[in-house]
Design a protein around this ligand. Structure first.
Ligand SMILES: Nc1ncnc2c1ncn2[C@@H]1O[C@H](COP(=O)(O)OP(=O)(O)OP(=O)(O)O)[C@@H](O)[C@H]1O
Ligand SMILES: [Mg+2]
Length: 469
């Protein structure tokens, strides 16, 4: 079943950025709106207070109520708009001047005494028609010995309209920020993520036959560089593994074909005419030998194939090297004697390793030494410590190998010329197995020719490992 498709990264990031941009513009807008509202309101408050103060003085010094009564228009003209309210009245009597074009109801207000200074604390607020704020105050004045109450108020109709207009612009800016960020962000991100699509295209085009093509990471952004490098490195490993696998199966087919062909040939020849029991016995014995070799080869190949990912299966133990070397020399003594060779083991110490695998590696080296060394020569197995390593060396006398032959010894199926002619017993897998075993232990196998005619193989274990226990 196909997994549910996740929304695209581009879309998600674009949306996230757009929301952030929108919030940023909205907060800035809100801040500006509140600042503007406060300043507009303060200005209108000051206008109301200034008007009251002005008329209080006028009434006290110049104007009389009677003058006012006779020319009320004078006042109406003095006010700039119908948003202003102005009332002059003697307490308890009907107003002398009453300018309130919208008939707005006034809030309850304290009366500021005649000589007290006016401040914005004396203003009271009310809402007219539900959404228009009004600010109003009342002061007392003494005009020609009479007490007069002056009331002034301002309806913030125009201010509210300006603010509403400003708010609409802010909303528009917020929407614009969202849309612009979304569109530009989408385009930019798509462009920025192009290397990813290129990588996907590249990966799609990879087949076993085209494992050699690599991503060009020169124009890749830093963040994707790591991915692209890792991807290329993965392709390197795959190509290498695939190449080895191809080589391995080709070699395998080749190696198996020869013995199987020769087995078939022997059988066909034998079947051509009646044979004696002795002849059949000889044939069966030689076939058995060949079959044993094939069986060993298959077993070795299986071991190598498993060793490639057998790290977890390593059964490490602390081993006494003296015991181990004795065991191996004991085991091979008979074979060595057949070729008049002497086996000598030197050295001791502890080693943390898988006992079965260590024995297998050592046996392979000693078996090789017995097989390829000059007849009658000596083989020495020794433990050498130093330079942060513990080495188990197997040294014997034998044919001088060329540098190029030395480099190939550990390849699977590599057999020296001598061994090809010498024995049908040889598969060319022994040293490859030793190398695989050493790799599993985090060490390596080394070979050198200390003097011409001497060859020395060394199992090199890192000391840190061997000393952990
Ligand atoms: N001690 C040695 N002295 C000289 N040549 C050696 C020695 N050990 C190995 N070689 C050369 O290296 C080749 C590879 O050795 P390796 O052990 O991998 O395979 P093999 O001995 O031929 O076959 P197998 O071990 O699979 O039965 C040998 O064929 C031989 O030519
Ligand atoms: Mg061998």
């Amino acid at each position: 079943m196909r997994a549910r498709r996740q929304p695209s990264l581009t879309l998600r990031s674009t949306l996230a950025f757009s929301v952030v941009a929108m919030l940023a513009v909205a907060s800035a807008g809100m801040y500006l709106y509140e600042t503007m509202k406060a300043s507009v309101m303060t200005r209108s408050d000051h206008a109301v207070l200034a008007r009251l103060d002005h008329f209080r003085k006028l009434l006290q010094y110049d104007l009389t109520l009677d003058t006012l009564r006779s020319s009320p228009q004078l006042f109406e003209n003095m006010l700039d708009s119908e948003d202003d309210i102005f009332i002059i009245a003697e307490p308890g009597k009907s107003p002398v001047i009453m300018v309130n074009p919208l008939h707005a109801p006034l809030p309850e207000m304290p009366v500021v005494e005649a000589n007290a200074p006016l401040s914005s604390d004396d203003l009271r607020s009310a809402m007219v028609n539900g959404d228009v704020p009004m600010r109003a105050a009342t002061v007392e004045a003494l005009s020609g010995g009479k007490v007069v109450h002056l009331t002034a108020a301002h309806l913030a109709v125009k201010e509210m309209a300006t603010l509403a207009n400003f708010r609409d612009r802010i909303l528009f800016a917020v929407a614009l920020a969202f849309v612009l960020t979304a569109v530009l962000g989408y385009l930019l991100l798509r462009r920025g993520l192009r290397p990813l699509r290129k990588m996907a295209d590249h990966a799609t085009a990879i087949t076993p036959a085209r494992l050699d093509s690599r991503m060009d990471s020169r124009d890749t952004p830093v963040e994707l560089q790591q991915l692209s490098d890792a991807y290329n490195a993965m392709l390197d490993r795959l190509a290498d593994g695939y190449q080895r696998l191809t080589q391995f199966s080709a070699d395998l087919a080749h190696e198996i074909r020869t013995p199987v062909g020769s087995l078939m040939g022997h059988c066909q020849v034998a079947l051509r005419q009646p044979r004696s029991a002795d002849e059949y016995q000889t044939l069966l014995a030689s076939n058995l030998e060949e079959l044993e070799r094939i069986s060993r080869m298959v077993e070795s190949i299986l071991f190598l194939a498993r060793a490639d990912d057998a790290q977890a299966a390593l059964n490490r133990q602390t081993l006494d090297l003296e015991d181990e070397l004795q065991r191996v020399t004991g085991y091979f003594e008979g074979l060595a004697e057949e070729r008049q060779m002497t086996l000598r083991s030197l050295g001791n110490g502890k080693l943390n390793a898988d006992p079965l695998l260590l024995r297998r590696a050592l046996s392979n080296l000693v078996a090789n030494a017995i097989r390829y060394a000059d007849e009658g020569s000596g083989i020495e197995i020794r433990v050498v410590d130093g330079a942060g390593q513990r080495r188990i060396e197997v040294e014997n006398q034998g044919p001088v190998l060329s540098e190029s032959a030395l480099g190939k010894l550990f390849d699977r199926f590599y057999r020296g010329d001598a061994s090809r002619h010498q024995s049908s017993d040889s598969n060319g897998l022994g040293l490859a197995i030793v190398a695989a075993i050493m790799q599993l232990h985090g060490g390596e196998i080394a070979v050198n020719q200390p003097t011409p005619g001497k060859i020395c193989f060394a199992l090199v274990f890192p000391a840190a490992r061997s000393k952990t226990l």
